[in-house]
Design a binder for this molecule. Sequence first.
Ligand SMILES: *Cc1c(COP(=O)(O)O)cnc(C)c1O
Length: 412
Amino acid sequence: MNQSAPNSFRQGPDNRGRFGQFGGRFVAETLMPLILEVEQAYNAAKADPAFMAEWRLLLKDYVGRPSPLWYAGRLTEHFRATAPEGKGAKIYFKREELNHTGAHKINAVMAQILLARRMGRKRIIAETGAGQHGVATATACALFGLQCVVFMGATDVERQQPNVFRMKLLGAEVIPVTSGAATLKDAMNEALRDWVANVHDTYYCIGTVAGPHPYPTMVRDFQCVIGEEAKEQMQQAEGRLPDVLVAAVGGGSSAMGLFHPFLDDPSVAMVGVEAAGRGMDTEEHAASLNRGRPGVLHGNRTYLLQDGDGQIIEAHSISAGLDYPGIGPEHSWLHELGRVQYVGATDSEALEQFQLCSKLEGIIPALECSHGLAHIAKLAPTLDRDKIILLNLSGRGDKDIFTVAKHLGVQL
Ligand SMILES: *Cc1c(COP(=O)(O)O)cnc(C)c1O
């Protein structure tokens, strides 16, 4: 179902929040006024130089931006060693793992918390899966003295004890959600329910480019700082744009943040890497675009993993941050337009690259972006040596050492 190409891939969404047939706001009537209020406040804030300056200052002095661009020379040489003559692209990392709290999520959280303050909201709610978005939100709330309530599937609470404790140390209340499969999808449902019930004092801080309009656009705009910096840094390092951008895709915020500023540069190819779990042709993966169908979840229309009756199927990935049965609506649109290619990487491929990157670059990557590395391991040896691949190294892997140890059969 290819739609005709738009004049600009950066123009979306339309005024109803739609990217082609995707996105929009499919929410209960009671939620509609809140969402319109967020949209209005966001439009005013992004046009307000004082708001943007305050956010930029926080990014610089609190988050630690700009994050560096790193030439991964040893990884590059490693793939060249077994590549055909003259092949083996140069690999660069955009180092989002160096941000405060260890991932890209804090970029959009800081902006949303400033927005909540501007709207006079004193209570912040968030959903979290692995706990990374919960930790980032709890951090920002601690900084501004705001009440923070994080909804987390009971299964994830069990699996992610270190992050649960971190959130509590930061002063947040963590509410285990027991409905459904008690994972991220259910936590998000619960957060939306809470928001309806606490309209007047609460702001819902969403962790990715999903949810009803304006969230997919707003979170993307705030994450674009990644791609904007990378564009400039790549000009300085190489005097030109990269040839291929690679990013792992859960909900898709780190990928959109890197891709969006390059979407209208036709020489730049882009690859989003979905979690193929135990294999794309098994029942256990999180490949919403490669194996899902369009449907409605969490207030927007997008590709979803669903059964024959349209019931949402649980996603599986070794990486809790990619374990989401949906994907941001803009990715669904870019997928159907063919502007971005979406591929899969399995648990075991990601595990292998997790270890390789640690040993060769001295950087322990998050399991999420290890999926990006897994695609690069296949791609780099097929490209000429003067080609440049840029990976969004979205987070650090310290949080994942327990999972990895278990898979490697190591007792900690
Ligand atoms: C949450 C997370 C992701 C996945 O979320 P996106 O919205 O797809 O970016 C990827 N990498 C890291 C390190 C994360 O914490």
